[in-house]
Design a protein around this ligand. Structure first.
Ligand code: AMP
Ligand code: MG
Length: 349
């Protein structure tokens, strides 16, 4: 308890999600060893602190541990493409006008971000970087930025001003106004989880879990007649391990976005990390959490943030328009709202 309280809100959150995940997974272990077809009863695991979060990979397929270690290294590869803050990353160079020629992979993720900008009518906007870089939610002593600076930064937020053109050699040229700063923080972890899954599947992992902080992506089923149990943390739980839901998942992604992920108080006012592109301040929409269930994690990560910014009514309508995507919203009084097909994923004893 004491130790948990000494952690930053970010570390506290990831630790509790990991705890929740390992609790729900380990509760089902009784015997070790193989149960046929290369299926393990106790998974091989690797863990590290990457992408500013705790990353853990589990394999229930009997493969060499190096496969998992190599999969973990993909976090570094992608951080060097998508990070807004890492000075050596491709995105950093774009934001600092060191280049306007970008890789297909960076262009792909930017393009996905721009599409969700359209879908949300600008409530979700990857050009939020000029504003989000003023807010430092990971600092030990976070502060509300100067209001004039926020107003100035807002003039650079407009996803419709970003244009990509494909070049003959497969790269892309990005065109955006001076001062524009892209922030892919809402979508990169989902994309990276999907690429890690591809890698693991290519290396014979047919059963496993990738947990990039709150982005949980399952590969296959735990064993032939048993799904994975994934615990979704109760927002702001004091004990760090209470769950708002336990989900029974097979080959799918579970991603949460919420105010409890990164936040601080100043003068008794609550500030969290999902920012309104019209004001430059955190959204105030009475939601604590949006959890998305989808087949791939890129979609889950995008939609969890997009639904958060749209709020309960518009967000739920958006989810209902997608085939095979479900959502659980939790409002700031603790009430849960489920999309029409979510019930079949809820784990009931
Ligand atoms: P997530 O935890 O996936 O919901 O993403 C939150 C992150 O998205 C923040 O830490 C910012 O990097 C970024 N972000 C904040 N506000 C917005 C917004 N309105 N549109 C797009 N990205 C945002
Ligand atoms: Mg997201």
């Amino acid at each position: 308890m004491m130790k948990l309280n000494l952690l930053t809100p970010v570390k506290r959150r990831w630790l509790s999600i990991l705890t929740a995940l390992s609790m729900s997974v380990s509760a089902l272990f009784y015997v070790t060893g193989c149960i046929g077809d290369n299926v393990l009863t106790t998974p091989i695991t690797v863990t590290d602190y990457k992408l500013n979060t705790y990353v853990r990979i589990y394999s229930y397929s009997n493969v060499r541990k190096e496969i998992l270690t190599d999969a973990l290294k993909l976090c570094d590869t992608y951080e060097h493409i998508f990070s807004r803050t890492l000075a050596s990353s491709e995105l950093y160079k774009v934001n600092h006008k060191e280049t306007n020629i970008i890789s297909r992979e960076l262009a792909t993720l930017i393009n996905i971000g721009l599409e969700y900008g359209e879908i949300s009518n600008g409530a979700f906007d990857i050009t939020i970087g000029s504003v989000s870089s003023l807010w430092d939610f990971t600092s030990e002593t976070p502060r509300v930025p100067d209001d004039n600076k926020i107003k100035q930064a807002l003039s650079f937020v407009d996803y419709t001003q970003v244009h990509l053109t494909e070049n003959s050699d497969g790269t892309y040229t990005i065109d955006m106004p001076e001062g524009t700063c892209l922030d892919l923080g809402a979508i990169a972890k989902g994309y990276i989880a999907d690429r890690i899954k591809d890698y693991l599947q290519e290396h014979n992992v047919s059963r496993g879990i990738i947990n990039l902080g709150g982005n949980v992506l399952c590969i296959g089923q735990k064993k032939n007649d048993t799904n994975f149990s994934i615990g979704v943390k109760q927002p702001f739980a004091q004990d760090g391990s209470s769950l708002m839901e336990t989900l029974s998942i097979n080959d799918s992604s579970v991603v949460s976005s919420g105010t409890y992920e990164r936040y601080f108080y100043e003068n008794d006012k609550f500030y969290h990390h999902i920012l309104n592109p019209s004001t430059g301040y955190p959204y105030d929409n009475e939601l604590w959490d949006v959890t998305i269930l989808s087949s791939d994690s890129t979609t889950g990560d995008c939609l969890s943030t997009v639904c958060f910014v749209l709020g309960l009514d518009k967000g739920m309508n958006l989810i209902e328009s997608y085939e095979g995507v479900e959502a659980i919203f939790m409002s700031n009084d603790g009430t849960k709202y489920y999309s029409s097909g979510a019930d079949k994923y809820i784990f009931r004893q």
